[in-house]
Design a protein around this ligand. Structure first.
Ligand code: PEP
Length: 246
């Protein structure tokens, strides 16, 4: 049995004070049937981590080098200084706007595992690829390339399947698409990692998940939770997502 995991990706939203209010409001209302987390912007990570006892606090990115001339970037050690143990990698907005490649994501996954951080690795096809029937090819390639040649606790990795055409668009994938694609990713995990990893690794669906549609995704055998943008920003709707996990 894989424990469901729901993580809110706050993107470039909220100040430290907002993070403090949110965590104080939500942290005591979580339950043990799932793992729940938020990914605030860098500037609010310390505050969120400081007030969180139960919530996972994840960064939205990290650099693969330990230090150096990388203006605007943040290293693993910098996150660790704040107590951060989780990080989202390869979100489609980073791939699209900042040209992040599978190769760079692979380096990031490696340094996370070497340093005891848990990565949430995002994969997913664009609208063009979806319409050209290339979803399987794309997600298998991304899974393979992002997770190549890993050492360490690979079973702790979380994958987020996020069709790019469903992110922030209000157009969610059907539960059948979410299930079928998560099953393909799980199958690829067997090839790139192992049978055990394929059975253990949790795969989230992400893309316009809301309180009124999360239950249908969670009911799918290969969907182990959700990565949520818009609906994770308000306390009430975040808690509705939390309470959809039984
Ligand atoms: C996301 O940012 O990962 C996401 C899925 O956003 P939204 O839920 O708003 O589509």
């Amino acid at each position: 049995m894989r424990k469901p995991i729901i993580v809110g990706n706050w993107k470039m939203n909220k100040l430290s004070k907002d993070a403090m209010d949110f965590v104080k409001e939500v942290d005591g209302k979580l339950h043990d049937a799932g793992d729940f987390g938020i990914a605030p912007p860098y500037t609010a990570l310390w505050t969120a981590q400081h007030y969180a006892e139960n919530l996972i606090v994840a960064a939205q990115n990290v650099h693969f080098e330990p230090s150096g001339a990388y203006t605007g970037e943040v290293s693993i050690e910098m996150l660790q200084e704040l107590g951060i143990k989780w990080v989202i990698l390869g979100h489609s907005e980073r791939r699209q706007y900042y040209n992040e490649t599978d190769e760079a994501i692979n380096k990031k996954v490696k340094v996370c595992l070497e340093n005891g951080l848990t990565p949430i690795v995002c994969v997913g096809e664009t609208l063009e690829e979806f319409e050209a029937d290339k979803t399987e090819e794309v997600v298998r390639r991304q899974t393979r390339d992002c997770l190549a040649n890993l050492e360490g606790d690979v079973n702790s990795i979380v994958i987020a399947y996020e069709p790019v055409w469903a992110i922030g668009t209000g157009k969610s994938a059907t539960k059948e698409i979410a299930q079928d694609t998560c099953a393909l990713i799980r199958d690829e995990l067997k090839n790139v990692l192992s049978q055990e990893a394929a059975e253990t690794i949790r795969i989230q669906y992400g893309g316009s998940v809301k309180p009124d549609n999360i239950a249908e995704y969670l009911a799918q055998p290969d969907v182990d939770g959700a990565l949520v943008g818009g609906a994770s920003l308000k306390v009430d709707s975040f808690l509705e997502l939390v309470n959809a996990v039984k």
